[in-house]
Structures are given as C-alpha cells and as structure tokens.
Design a protein around this ligand. Sequence first.
Ligand code: NAP
Length: 495
Amino acid sequence: MEKKYKLYINGVWVDSEDGSYIDVINPATEEKITEVARASQNQVDAAVDAARDAFDKGPWSRMTPAERSNLLLKLAERIENKLQEYAKVESMISGKTIKQTSNYDIPYIVDNIRYMAGLARNFEGKALKEYVPEGASTIRRDPIGVVAAITPWNYPLMEVIWRAIAAISVGNTVVVKPASLTPVTTLMLASDLEAVGLPKGVFNVIVGPGSSVGEQLAKHKKVDMIAFTGSTEVGKRLMELGSSTLKKVSLELGGKAPFIVFDDADVEAAVQGAVVGGLVNNGEDCANSTRYYVHENIYSKFLNALLRELRKVKIGDPLDETVDMGPLISQSHRERVESYIRKGIEEGGKLTYGGKRPFSKGFYLEPTVIETDNNRSVIVQEEIFGPVWTVLKFKEYDEVIEKANDVIYGLGASVWTKDVTRAIRATRDLRFATVWINEHGPVPSEMPWPSYKQSGSGSSLSTYGLEEYTYIKHVYFDISGATRKSWYYQVYGQK
Ligand code: NAP
C-alpha cells in the first residue's frame, strides 16, 4: 500500500487542492495505514466535467461493444494476476478476513467483470418488424450518460464493480465516490484501468464525506444517473437530490434477512448455513441472515447446535488465513451495534451468546445471539449491520411468513425444509428479492441482485443489472415512401 493516494480525475492523478487528507484506519489494529486526498468542490466539478466530456465527445461511448469488452477482459486478467495484493489491501482497510477476500471477493469480482464484458456484447430486444403497415420499428439500447457511483465500505471493491464497471461496460462514463473509510482499492482499480488503456475521463474517482462531496456529486446538473449502494436512509436522501433534474436513481440499500427453519429441515445443514449466512463479511453484509425463525419442535435442537458451532468461530487478525471473523469497520460502528444489543435486552430479549469485545485492541465484537418472542422489537425490525442475530420460535406456516415479511426491508431470505411444495409456496409468499432454499448466500454473476420494498430499486448483475445502465429508444422507419401517409387525414385534410 502506498503512503498517500491521490484522486483520479480525467486520466490524471491529482493531489489535494487545500492540503486536506482522509486517514484510512486498519480496523484490526486501530492504526492509520495510509491517507487519501480529500476532493475539493472544484475537483468534484472537474471530475463531472471530465466524465461529461468523455461521454459527449467519445470515443468510449461510441466504441463497439467488442472494443469495450476487450478492455474489460484485460482488466479482469490484471486483477486476477494481482489477486493476493488486492485481497490483502481489501482486508486491511475493511477488516474482512483474508480467507474471504482471497477465496471469494476478488475471484468473484474477476468473474463479475468477465461476465459483464461478455454480456455487454449481447443485448437483445424487439426485432425490427412492421408493427404497423407503413413502418418498421426496433429498439436501441443506449448508455445513459454520466453516472455517479456512490459506494459503501462493506464491499469496497465489489460495489464499485457492480456499479461503475457495469455502467462503463455499456458505454457510460462514471464519477465514483467510494466510502471515506475504504477508498484504497477503488483507487487501485483506477490505476489498473489506466494501465489497460481506458480513455481519460471515463472513470474518475473523488474521495470525501458523503454529506459534502457525495451530495455535491449527486445533485450535479451534469450527472444523469445515481447508482448508489448504502443505507436506506441515505438512499432516500439521494432520491430527493436526484429529483430536481429527474435523474435515474438505482438503489441497493439495507436488509434484514429472515432465515426460516421448518421442523422437517436437515437441522445440521441449517445450522451450518446459519453460521455462514450470519457471519459472512463479519456480519456486515446487507443479506446476512439476522432473524432466525425456528419451528418450535426443533427450536432447542437448532439453538444448541448453533451455539456449539459459534464457539468454534475463530476471531482475530483478518490477515491470518485460519481466522473466521475480523473486526467491525470502526469504533463508532461497533458502538452503534452494541447499542442495539443493549436495546434488545431492555426490550426483554435474552442474551444467549456473545455480546462482548474479545480483545482490547481492534474494533472486534463477538457474534451475538439474542432470543426473543417480540417480532416488533427494535433488534428484529432494524438493520443492525453487525453480527447480532435474533432467534424466534414459530408454530404455523402463515404465522412465520407474516412475521418474516413484517419489516421495511426486502432483500434476501432463506427457507430450510425438505418439503418441495412448502418451499415453492414460500418463494411466492416471501416479499424478498432473493429467496434461497436450503442455502443462504450465493449469487452467481448470471443472476440478478434486485430489491423489494425499502431495500431499494433496480438490480445489479445479470442482464437486468446491465440494462439498468441503458435507456431504451424506439426507432421507427417509414417504409411506405408515401408523401402523405394513410393516417394523416385524421389530423388534417381528407382520406
Ligand atoms: P452509507 O452510510 O449509506 O454510505 C454509503 C455511501 O454513501 C458512502 O460513500 C457515503 O460516504 C455516502 N453518503 C453518505 N451520506 C451521503 C449523502 N448525504 N449524499 C451522498 N452520499 C452520501 O452506508 P454504509 O454505512 O457505507 O454501508 C452500509 C449500508 O450499505 C448498509 O445499510 C447495507 O445494508 C448497505 N448495503 C447494501 C447492499 C445491497 O446490495 N443492497 C450492499 C452493500 C451494502 P461517506 O461514508 O464517505 O460519508
């Protein structure tokens, strides 16, 4: 990692204008590991101007899909060759375990890019056809223009791929504003895009607080679309900011995933899935299983096995390959998560496991299990975004579906059962955009990552995800060659 990082604007690395920098802290050690230039207002404007010019004047937006695709394939190869470096830096800035970043995050990102590079050459739509006798119509798919990609700290690089690389793969240009806590791998990506020959102005990175730099970018008149991944609260604010110029707004927001275990489930498989579903990304994943609804007939068996497995979870240095769980992202975030544990207990929940800080250094927190029978309690309703899980008992199918749906979020959900009829019914009845059966987590590049309710709008990945970054345009050709078309009399003159 470098000692200091600059911003990337219009193909040039630029330093802080007024000498202000943002410290990047390693959450495992609480120590500063690098610093990044903080963008000034002028630099935000310069980044948007660069993206605007690059879009309006080309060449990127006018290149053939094959040309853009080839460049992205080179990028994927470059990241793959530097996998260990990316994985290590991503772990150091975010606290993710190296086990996850090197075996999942970075290889998955490489696959995402290769998929996008291929898909961007394969748009399909309505065929050119005579839908009326005198004309033929078809559909064009055009890039939207300048996309502001505002991304969170929990998947620092992956969210930039899902937002910014998806956008440029179909000809848009972007200004990326990564989370101030974790900007380093986004800047590494900019450097690799430069190395594979991306034209200047297509991919720009500015860094700074969301409340100033993010807002300036989101409401900028020259920005056509906001692609945002982050909290529901900020998502609502961005909808407001985008409304003055009616920007397209694509939002991937918070989640509160239910994990429903019926009494015919393979309990051991459900327990393994529960630990992983709740623990992935240190419990800082929008789709983490956080509400475990367990049928009363197997409740004790499930809970005892869950606690048995949780005791095996190794917490520690994220760079140690044997470690299962690293620290939370920051001191303030850990305090927020701990405040939820206190609220849960105050509201009558029973702290069954964890809840403590295991070490004196680093923002660590034990995985925490709270049993409750109150579906309306704050810890069941609100996104905690840490390893704090509630366990609730249920009896009937309708009861558990109602409780599972009774949150403002609608991102991911899972159902554990051997009864195929019940599983299919649950996929219909659960108001969540991804429903896993006997599993909790996988999202292949070919499948969408959409949202219901206050978890957002739009989608990432799959054809739906790339279409998000395009306008559809109806193109009509007259094929009659007539001076007066047969229907003109309806407006003036006679038949
Ligand atoms: P956040 O606080 O909403 O911040 C996300 C990004 O928005 C950061 O870059 C932040 O900048 C910026 N921002 C904050 N306020 C802003 C404003 N007023 N205007 C413009 N930009 C603003 O979210 P987070 O804490 O980073 O991430 C955690 C959240 O992301 C969770 O709710 C999680 O569920 C969600 N998430 C959802 C998905 C999904 O696929 N649905 C995936 C990952 C994460 P600064 O931080 O630099 O101030």
